[in-house]
Design a protein around this ligand. Structure first.
Ligand SMILES: [Zn+2]
Length: 248
């Protein structure tokens, strides 16, 4: 018995020396967001100001191509969400594989605006974000697509088609001055949250959610410049998308 007590005491001391098990982040902790930019121009100062104003969010910006080597398993321990505002075209096959593996492990993803035109040659990317903005003639699921189009400074009426989703909570139909995209592909598997009837924006889906591996993915097409970012509906949708992608 004495031996058993001694043994248990040794185990207890050994366990006490181990680091405490990692716990889930508390609900009140800030969401850690890695924001990727580059490969396409943008208005840096108002973009940064928008992110600085988001409640409950701490963020770090990284520019193409420096983000590519970070997007691999292990990043989910440092960040809760990757917010992609880049139009990167240059992943190596190993970087593509690592990014897909990271998403299979699980990290929140919010894809924004021209990110839909990123990774033209990487077929898996359109499955990750649920869409593609072709920049050259291409075939998707047996259908031929011409290069997509864009028009700046358009007034777009946005309809909230899924009103009971955490991302659209408290948002009513609204108008925004922004860029339209035409002729893009959207996966039939996504859950559409917003649509527009603007004839230059076809086929009309504006925001949706999907999943890849264990990752929640949200896409928001709006957001070309400060005119969109300073629309309170845009900011509300984006911050709610971050919270949803992080699982909060
Ligand atoms: Zn744009």
């Amino acid at each position: 018995m004495k031996t058993l007590v001694s043994t248990l005491a040794v185990i207890a001391v050994s366990l006490a020396a181990l680091p405490a098990p990692a716990s889930e982040p508390a609900k009140c902790e800030k969401i850690r967001v890695l924001v990727t930019v580059g490969g396409h121009g943008y208005e840096e100062a108002p973009f940064d100001a928008m992110w600085n104003a988001f409640p409950g969010v701490t963020w770090k910006k990284i520019e193409v191509p420096k983000q590519a080597d970070l997007l691999k398993p292990g990043l989910e321990k440092q960040y809760d969400v990757i917010a992609m505002y880049d139009m990167c075209q240059g992943f190596s096959p190993k970087q593509e594989e690592d990014f897909a593996e990271l998403l299979k492990k699980g990290i929140g993803v919010v894809s924004m605006h021209h990110n839909m035109g990123a990774h033209q040659k990487w077929n898996e990317f359109r499955k990750i974000i649920g869409a593609k903005f072709p920049t050259t003639d291409c075939v998707i699921d047996g259908v031929k697509y011409k290069p997509s189009t864009w028009d700046h400074d358009q007034d777009m009426k946005i309809a909230v088609v899924c009103k009971d989703h955490p991302i659209t909570k408290g948002v009513c139909d609204f108008t925004i001055h922004d860029e339209t995209y035409g002729g893009y592909w959207v996966s039939p598997k996504v859950k559409v949250l917003l649509k527009t009837d603007n004839p230059k924006n076809k086929p009309g889906q504006i925001a949706w959610t999907t999943h890849y591996g264990k990752s929640r993915v949200a896409y928001l097409m709006l957001g070309h410049d400060h005119q969109a970012w300073q629309n309170p509906n845009y900011a509300k949708l984006l911050v709610q998308a971050i919270h949803w992608a992080a699982g909060r």
